[in-house]
Design a protein around this ligand. Structure first.
Ligand SMILES: Cc1cc2nc3c(=O)[nH]c(=O)nc-3n(C[C@H](O)[C@H](O)[C@H](O)COP(=O)(O)O)c2cc1C
Length: 383
């Protein structure tokens, strides 16, 4: 009987026990020295919450993000390769999100097509893409996503090139990674050491084959390495092509948030790709105030990177985020137990959010503000 998932750290531990080491490291790792990866989490620990007494709020976590009502201010970030993590894959992730009253963003490289996701999981659905393949490819994907009923588009701007993932390189995995038999052969030893995962994947193999074929078509021919980076002109062009919600992901500087808004974005996602792109980029929580000051009155600001506990969500909202996205936490849950594992991770966030909000003396996300925070170590910082 596996131990219950009480924290994201529990889910991570179980993921580590289940997955082949190379796959766990692909999920868990960051770029270069993993400085930004570590800084994302540390930034939350450096902010303290200032609870108010004498009130006994009835907590309601409901919020809206770009007009959609969500049961809590936590969304699931786009994550590539989830179909290799567990046979439940992106469909299981989206179902778990829907069961928790929130939504998951489908990564272009999740190895699940927009059509398959829409046919098998309740919406709303959002699709994420990058600049691989240029405008022609983007146009093709936008059309497919729209036809499949997707109503949100998340445009990732922080690559190419992709970050330098040293853990992957040490395993001999050289991007662009595509699921191929040769890759499986190279990892035969790791597969033997992960019998539960290997058995589940073998069982799902036939379906997996169809999925991977479909997804490879989604990936198309343009690799991220060979592509040009998106410019603000591309965002303005996408704005004209796409009438759903348009979110720009990867913003870390106030001036870029303004440029995204002026190009037509409805929201910006403050993100350093979970420390997987430019190592040395700032922790997302530390730049959130600058971005909220730049565009917060006119544009919704979301944040991801390092959110591991309900108190982290509350801190980001206090500093002006409309909602947060989690990446690794739900992927660990998926690895640990498939869709139910993702549901457990979301349930931990939901339950603990109610507790943290009540302890803080706040009834709803709308009541959170900067005044409820301070530095965790004010005296050491002023030295
Ligand atoms: C395994 C994995 C795959 C990812 N794949 C993508 C992707 O395909 N597109 C994208 O925009 N971001 C991708 N990301 C970044 C996430 O969307 C998100 O920015 C990041 O995970 C947030 O940080 P966190 O993992 O600390 O929560 C990926 C992250 C992980 C962990």
């Amino acid at each position: 009987m596996p131990s219950p998932i009480l924290t994201v750290a529990d889910a991570r531990k179980r993921a580590r026990g289940v997955l082949p080491r190379a796959l766990f490291d692909y999920i868990d790792g960051g770029a270069d020295g993993e400085v930004t990866l570590a800084a994302n989490e540390r930034a939350f620990r450096e902010v303290a919450l200032r609870p108010r007494m004498g009130v006994d709020p009835e907590v309601d976590l409901t919020t809206t993000v770009l007009g959609r009502e969500l049961a809590m201010p936590v969304l699931l970030a786009p994550a590539g390769m989830v179909q290799l993590v567990h046979p439940d894959g992106a469909v299981g992730v989206a179902r778990a999100a829907a069961a928790a009253g929130t939504l998951a963003v489908l990564s272009k490289i999740a190895l699940c097509s927009p059509e398959e996701l829409a046919a098998n999981a309740p919406g709303p659905h959002w699709f994420q893409l990058n600049s691989a393949g240029g405008r022609e490819e983007v146009k093709r994907l936008i059309t497919r996503a729209r036809d499949a009923g997707f109503d949100g588009l998340v445009v990732t701007m922080d690559g190419p090139p992709p970050g330098n993932h040293e853990r992957d390189l040490r395993h001999g995995v050289v991007p662009p990674v595509r699921p191929r038999p040769a890759l499986a052969a190279r990892f035969a030893g790791q597969l033997l050491a992960s019998p539960r995962w290997a058995a589940a994947m073998a069982l799902a193999a036939r379906k997996q084959k169809a999925t991977v074929q479909g997804a490879t078509r989604v990936l198309g021919s343009g690799g991220l390495h060979r592509s040009a980076r998106f410019t603000w002109a591309d965002i303005a062009w996408m704005r004209a092509e796409w009438d759903g919600s348009l979110l720009v992901k990867g913003v870390l500087v106030g001036a870029d948030a303004i440029a995204a808004r002026d190009a037509g974005a409805d929201a910006v996602i403050v993100s350093n790709h979970g420390g997987r792109a430019l190592d040395g980029a700032p922790a997302t929580l530390t730049v959130l105030p600058e971005i909220v000051a730049a565009v917060g009155d006119t544009t919704e600001v979301l944040l991801d990177g390092g959110v591991r506990r309900a108190a982290d969500v509350v801190k980001a909202l206090c500093l002006g985020a409309r909602a947060v996205l989690i990446g690794r936490p739900f992927v660990y849950g998926l690895a640990a137990a498939g869709q139910p594992g993702v549901e457990q991770v979301l349930s931990v966030f939901q339950t603990e959010l109610v507790r943290v909000m009540r302890l803080l003396g706040c009834a709803s996300p709308a009541e959170l503000d900067t005044g409820m925070t301070q530095a965790m170590h004010p005296w050491t910082e002023s030295k």
